[in-house]
Design a protein around this ligand. Structure first.
Ligand code: ADP
Ligand code: MG
Ligand code: MG
Length: 500
C-alpha cells in the first residue's frame, strides 16, 4: 500500500533486546511511569513500573498530522460554543427532552447543572482541556488515506504529559542507536515536537489568572486508587515550578467533607489537614481527572458534591455543560443538517468542509421510529455502537450488535449512537512493551494507532470571546485484535509519531 507499511523496520533479536532495555530504563528514569498493580496502594508509594510503550514511533502522513493540528483550533471554539448553548444541551442531553431521559448518568449530571441554573448562580468562566482523537482511514488498499475522528473528549483527557515523555523516549532511542539504520524514515526532522506539559499547564494557569486571586489554588479532583497518577503529577509540578500555582488533590469522598462554598461570595474553599492555611485555601480552578464515569459517583451524595463545586465561582474544567457537550450524542447531532453551521457561522465554508471530512457516518438508534435500529442491524459488520460513556470498554462492535439490539429495551435506544467503523491501514506493526501482569518484555503485534490532539479553551465571559490553543499530541497503539484502545484499561500502549 501506502508509504506507511510495512512497519516496524526489521531488526535483529539482539537489537530488539538492546532497544527494550534502553526503552524501559529511560522510561523509569524519566517519569514515564505508572503505579504498579496492587490490591491497595500505600498512601505514599514506594515503587513504579514503566508505562506501557511502543518501541518504535508509528508512521503518520505529515499532511494528515498537520491537518489534525490545524482543525483543533476550530474544534476548541466549536465545543466552547456548544457548552455555552443551554437550549441546545437541554434539548440533546437534558433529562426532560434529551438523552438524560434514557441514560441515568447523563440525567444525574444534567439535573445538578439545572439546579445551579435554577438558583440563579452566575456562571463563571469555563475551561476545557480537550483531546480530539483520530485514526487513519484507508477504505481500500489504494487510498487515499484520510484522518477520521473517533471522538472528542471534554473531561479528564489523559496522557498529555506522558505522551511528551514517550515522544522524548523515541527521540532518545534514535539518538542513541539510530534504530540501527533500520528505516530511512527514522530521522530527526520526522519526529515532531511535543510540549504538552507546558501547553496544558498554560491552560490551567490562564484560568487561574482569569479568576484573579493570586494565592488561590487549583483543585485536582482525582479517583481513589488511580494508577496513572504521574501523568497528573507532571502537570502539578509544571504549575508550581512554571507558574507558582499550588495544587490540592482530593477525591469526591474527601471533598464531601473538605469543600464549602460561601453563600454570598460563592468562593470555593477546601479545608484539609494537609494544607498550610488553617482556614483552608481558596480554589480558582477545579480540574477533573475523575467524575467522567458512573462508578465515580457510587451514591447520590457524590453527585451532590459535584453540584457543590459547580455552584461555586471557581472555574470548572470542565463544567457540567462542557462535560455534556463531550457526549457521543452531541458528536452525532453535529453531523445532522445545519447544526455545525449554527455554531460556526463565522467560520469559512472550506474549514467547515474540512471538519466534516474528518467524520464517519453516525446516526441515532432512536432515529425515525425503527429506522435507526434497522439500519444498524443491516450494516452491523461495519459499525460500532456507543453509549454516553468515557474511559473505554463501553462500546458494542460488529457481530455483537444484533444480539445486543435484540436485548435493548426501546426506551434505552436514545442513549446510543451508531458509528461506521474507521478502516485502518493493514501491515502496520510494532513492539509493545508492558510491565507487570506477566507480560514483561517486547511483544511484536499487528497494530492500530490512534492520534489525539490536545487543545484548551477558556470561555464564557459576557463578550463571547474564546481564548484557545492547540498544545500537542498523543499516540496510543493497540493490538489489531482489540476493539478498544484505552491505555489505562490495559488494551493499548503509549506511542509517538514518525512523519512520513
Ligand atoms: P471512549 O470515550 O470510551 O474512549 P471511544 O469513542 O474513544 O470511547 O471508543 C473507544 C475505542 O473504540 C477507541 O479508542 C477506538 O479504538 C475504538 N473505536 C471507537 N470508534 C471507532 C470507529 N468509528 N472505528 C473504529 N474503532 C473505533
Ligand atoms: Mg472518550
Ligand atoms: Mg476514546
Amino acid at each position: 500500500m501506502s508509504n506507511l507499511a510495512p512497519w516496524p523496520p526489521a531488526i535483529t533479536e539482539e537489537q530488539l533486546q538492546a532497544l527494550t532495555l534502553q526503552a524501559t530504563t529511560y522510561a523509569l528514569s524519566h517519569g514515564l511511569v505508572y503505579l504498579p498493580i496492587a490490591e491497595k496502594q500505600p498512601p505514599a508509594p514506594t515503587s513504579t513500573i514503566h508505562a506501557p510503550l511502543a518501541l518504535f514511533p508509528s508512521p503518520i502522513p505529515r499532511t494528515l498530522f498537520e491537518r489534525a493540528r490545524a482543525l483543533q483550533r476550530t474544534y476548541n471554539i466549536l465545543y466552547a460554543r456548544i457548552a455555552s448553548d443551554v437550549a441546545f444541551l437541554d434539548r440533546v442531553m437534558g433529562a426532560d427532552e434529551g438523552v438524560g431521559r434514557a441514560d441515568a448518568f447523563t440525567g444525574e449530571l444534567w439535573r445538578r447543572w439545572r439546579r445551579v441554573r435554577d438558583e440563579g448562580v452566575a456562571r463563571p468562566l469555563q475551561l476545557g482541556l480537550f483531546r480530539s482523537d483520530y485514526m487513519v482511514h484507508l477504505p481500500d488498499s489504494k487510498g487515499p488515506a484520510s484522518l477520521k475522528q473517533v471522538e472528542f473528549n471534554t473531561i479528564s483527557s489523559s496522557f498529555g504529559t506522558l505522551s511528551q515523555r514517550v515522544a522524548a523516549l523515541h527521540r532518545y532511542l534514535f539518538k542513541s542507536t539510530g534504530y540501527y539504520g533500520s528505516s530511512a524514515s527514522l530521522k530527526e526532522e520526522n519526529f515532531p515536537a511535543n510540549e504538552t506539559t507546558a501547553g496544558l499547564a498554560e491552560g490551567l494557569a490562564a484560568a487561574h489568572a482569569a479568576y484573579g486571586v493570586k494565592n488561590a489554588w487549583i483543585l485536582f479532583v482525582v479517583q481513589e486508587g488511580e494508577r496513572n497518577v504521574f501523568d497528573q503529577r507532571w502537570l502539578e509540578y509544571e504549575l508550581l515550578e512554571g507558574h507558582g500555582i499550588h495544587v490540592v488533590r482530593q477525591t469526591f469522598a474527601q471533598l464531601a467533607k473538605s469543600a464549602s462554598v460561601d453563600p454570598t461570595s460563592r468562593v470555593l474553599r477546601i479545608d484539609a489537614a494537609n494544607l498550610p492555611d488553617v482556614n483552608g485555601v481558596e480554589i480558582a480552578t477545579v480540574y477533573f481527572r475523575a467524575g467522567y464515569t458512573p462508578t465515580d459517583y457510587p451514591t447520590a451524595g457524590h453527585y451532590d458534591t459535584r453540584y457543590v463545586l459547580e455552584s461555586s465561582r471557581a472555574i470548572q474544567c470542565p463544567s457540567i455543560p462542557l462535560q455534556l457537550a463531550g457526549g457521543k450524542k452531541v458528536q452525532e447531532v453535529l453531523t445532522t443538517p445545519d447544526v455545525l453551521e449554527s455554531f460556526l457561522h463565522d467560520v469559512p465554508q472550506a474549514e467547515l468542509a474540512s471538519l466534516r471530512e474528518s467524520w464517519m457516518a453516525m446516526w441515532a438508534l432512536d432515529d425515525s421510529g425503527d429506522a435507526g435500529v434497522q439500519r444498524a442491524r443491516a450494516e452491523h459488520t461495519n459499525l460500532v455502537l456507543k453509549p454516553q460513556r468515557e474511559g473505554g470498554g463501553n462500546n458494542v462492535y460488529k457481530e455483537a450488535i444484533p444480539p445486543f439490539l435484540d436485548a435493548l429495551p426501546a426506551a434505552e435506544r436514545e442513549a446510543w449512537i451508531a458509528m461506521e467503523l474507521i478502516r485502518t491501514p493493514e501491515g502496520l506493526g510494532n513492539y509493545l512493551v508492558r510491565a507487570g501482569g506477566g507480560t514483561d518484555g517486547a511483544v511484536k503485534a499487528e497494530v492500530i494507532s490512534e492520534l489525539g490532539i490536545f487543545g484548551w479553551a477558556l470561555f464564557g465571559g459576557a463578550d463571547g470571546r474564546v481564548e484557545e490553543r492547540e498544545v500537542g499530541w498523543l499516540v496510543r497503539t493497540k493490538g489489531k485484535d482489540s476493539n478498544e484502545g484505552g491505555v489505562a484499561a490495559g488494551f493499548s500502549v503509549l506511542d509517538s509519531i514518525v512523519l512520513v
